[in-house]
Design a protein around this ligand. Structure first.
Ligand SMILES: [Fe+2]
Ligand SMILES: [Fe+2]
Length: 237
């Protein structure tokens, strides 16, 4: 990515300890069918540059680099989700930068999940348990650096129709933060995250040739209007 320049800026910024030993999980495949990694990185790079550069920019880039080092499929997933979150924010008149950041970093907690788990496609009960902690890890990793992103990331798996929402218990939100906004962002992120998983995972053979709109509505009950709007605007297709 044109991340080289940023990488240099980042070299003194918040260093995660032993990130080579931390991992990101899962079966997001190297999905090159929509865009190659380079073109996707170029788009993200341009978008990052379109916002004022702050210390938060450096932190965001550092986390993305760590994800890339650790597990490329999760990295590509994060870039695609970030891009679509920003497009959706523009449509819904949400803050584009806030939604972009949330999309890019929602799975940063996967940095703290064992590497073997990242590569697995068939999960045991125990594997699911270990994986399901990742929103909590995301929250803790981001809380001091990007508190809004942390709150949104914490909730991105709480809107699933076919699974118990997780994490079940949530810490109190800081008084100066807007819970309604956090939940609206998390709902939107949850839809886009699910769509990306559906359209890129190798293990989703059952969806080939099927209607993603209907499948997504089944996975995210109560969000039909939102999903419809995203498809109409061709943010999802
Ligand atoms: Fe996730
Ligand atoms: Fe995700």
């Amino acid at each position: 990515m044109g991340f080289r320049l940023l990488k240099r800026c980042l070299s003194g910024l918040c260093k995660l300890q032993n990130t080579h030993d931390i991992c990101i999980p899962n079966p997001y495949i190297l999905a090159f069918h929509h865009s190659s990694m380079q073109s996707l990185e170029h788009i993200i790079d341009e978008r990052i540059k379109s916002f004022p550069v702050t210390t938060e920019t450096g932190k965001l880039m550092m986390f993305l680099e760590k994800i890339k080092e650790k597990h490329k499929p999760t990295y590509l997933h994060s870039l695609r989700v970030g891009m679509k979150c920003m497009d959706a924010a523009s449509l819904l008149e949400y803050n584009e930068k806030e939604m972009f950041d949330a999309g890019l970093l929602h799975d940063v907690g996967k940095l703290a999940v064992p590497v073997e788990l990242l590569k697995k496609t068939n999960f045991t009960k125990e594997d699911h348990k270990a994986m399901d902690i990742h929103p909590v890890y995301s929250y803790h990793i981001l809380l001091n650096e990007l508190p809004l992103t942390a709150e949104v990331a914490l909730r991105h798996h709480r809107y699933e129709s076919k699974k118990k929402p997780y994490p079940q218990k949530l810490p109190a939100v800081r008084r100066d933060m807007d819970l309604t906004k956090i939940c609206a962002y998390a709902r939107l992120l949850s839809v886009i995250d699910c769509y990306d998983a559906m359209t890129t995972r190798h293990d989703n053979h059952q969806l080939e040739g099927h209607n993603y709109r209907d499948a997504l509505m089944a996975e995210r009950k109560g969000m039909e209007g939102l999903i419809e709007r995203l498809f109409e605007a061709k943010i999802l297709a």
